[in-house]
Ligand binder design. Structure first.
Ligand code: ZN
Length: 470
């Protein structure tokens, strides 16, 4: 219905005078992030991704048929998607063939007619080829990462275009549906709820859908040999846990899937704890994917189903679940503000430990604070300042996590428990499903506390070296 209105509007523009069509201009080829300027694009806003994927793990071949529903935010003569590798077999816009060019991660699409500002349009991209992960500036693998039986699919910060054409920016929220076809006997796991599982003979198609707004880097389509268990938590929340029977602890030789299952038992309690602390869980399903991806070296808070590369500790499960509030629901606008994700998730580990018989968050703070600037631990912790990273290679450095968590603990000690909790709860309640910056957090903390906190945040977030007064 909306697409028909758009093509009518486009047709009207075609017959109108030449100067009007001259106002149609190309969308920007980047969303302007300081660390990843080419990631994301301008001129439109995606509302929905429909991803049909067919994966042959034995030769790492991925075939995709993706339809994106979007709305133009300017009069567009052409627009870009991000896609790395693959042969693009065809592109249509509103059902009509569109021309396209490729350069690096940019797929530039020129529709037959301009797309008017405010109008909804659909773009379909059909592609296939070898799936190649991307190597990040910190040398970690990101995107579609082959495993011995499938692929471990994690996208922070720039992996999504290694498996689907995307507006790859944390500023664009959309709903998703997935139809992932894998060889018979394998399981494909994506975000949200399981819609169906279709036996095609030699292959199986797994359909999932995520109806809550999600940004690209939190999507997943991890696949391989898994045992998938579905449960319903008290309150009716569906829980999907997938464990690779071959999974093991880091550095161990023997698979221990039963250990993985027992570690995941913390999930319902952690959800309850975090919901009470921060506010209601943001999504309509929950779960975990415990794979064996020994060449990855990190776990990731993919929305509704964190991806674990080996058997996680229960504290790691708490960390990734805390990200569902801070990172996945409250989403950073710029990558340099990464401490807003990792500082909150790390502090969540500390408060969980404090309330479960371990050292207090204050103790953890004091222990870290004791690291002298000129010690190896101090060099690692105090440099760079968590919100003054030089470039993307520092995104996951220690200060982003530990000094980020210390910032929150220092704020808790400065303002007192009640005010601090009001700040973190308001942070979540006011910013769920939207983008935030460090400036937003500082403003909220000042508003709630009634205090001027510039010096405090300057010392903790922006000045390198150990803060001496705040
Ligand atoms: Zn994290």
């Amino acid at each position: 219905m909306i697409a028909r209105a758009v093509s009518l509007a486009a047709a009207l523009l075609v017959v109108s005078a030449a100067p009007a069509s001259a106002a149609f201009t190309p969308g920007s080829d980047g969303a302007g992030d300081p660390f990843f300027p080419q990631a994301g694009n301008g001129g439109y806003d995606v509302s929905h991704y429909s991803l049909k994927l067919d994966y042959e793990p034995q030769n790492e071949q991925l075939a995709g048929d993706v339809t994106i529903t979007a709305r133009a935010t300017q009069d567009l003569s052409s627009f870009n998607l991000d896609l790395r590798g693959f042969n693009v077999d065809g592109v249509t816009v509103n059902g009509s063939a569109a021309s396209f060019t490729r350069k690096g991660q940019e797929l530039t699409i020129t529709p037959a007619a301009g797309l008017p500002n405010g109008g909804e349009f659909s773009v379909r991209v059909v592609y296939d080829g070898h799936a190649n992960y991307v190597l990040d500036p910190d040398h970690s693998k990101d995107g579609w990462i082959p495993t011995d039986d499938g692929a471990f699919v994690v996208n922070e910060p720039q992996g999504s275009p290694t498996w689907f054409p995307a507006n790859d920016t944390p500023k664009d929220f959309a709903t998703y549906e997935f139809a992932i076809t894998v060889p018979e006997g394998k399981t494909a796991i994506a975000n949200g709820v399981l819609v169906s599982q279709t036996d095609n003979g030699d292959t199986t198609t797994w359909r999932w859908r995520e109806d809550r707004p999600m940004v690209t880097y939190l999507s997943t389509a991890t696949n391989g040999v898994f045992e998938l268990r579905t449960d319903t938590l008290p309150g009716g929340l569906p829980e999907y846990n997938a464990v690779d029977p071959n999974t093991r602890r880091f550095g161990r030789k023997n698979p221990e899937p039963e250990l993985a299952w027992s570690r995941l038992e913390v999930q319902p309690e952690a959800l309850k704890f975090l919901s009470k602390l921060y506010g209601p869980y943001p999504f309509d399903s929950v779960g975990a994917i415990v794979d064996y991806a020994p060449n990855v070296f990190y776990s990731l808070e993919s929305m509704t189903k964190p991806n674990y590369w080996v058997i996680p500790s229960q504290l790691t499960i708490v960390h990734e679940l805390a990200h569902q509030w801070f990172g996945d629901a409250v989403v950073l606008e710029r990558w340099p503000d990464m401490w807003l994700n990792e500082g909150f998730a790390t502090w969540s580990e500390w408060i969980w430990t404090e309330k479960h018989g371990g050292p207090s968050a204050h103790d953890q703070f004091e222990q870290l604070y004791a690291a002298a600037e000129d010690s190896a631990a101090g060099q690692d912790l105090w440099f760079p300042a968590p919100n003054a990273l030089a470039d993307a290679s520092e995104l996951f450095h220690t200060p982003v996590y530990d000094r980020g968590a210390m910032t929150l603990q220092a704020l808790r000690q400065k303002l007192g428990e009640a005010t601090f909790l009001e700040i973190v709860r308001s942070w979540y309640a006011e910013n769920r499903f939207s983008n935030v910056t460090t400036g937003d957090f500082v403003a909220l903390a000042e508003r709630v506390s009634g205090q001027q906190l510039d010096q405090f945040f300057q010392a903790w977030l922006f000045q390198e070296g150990r803060p001496e007064s705040w």
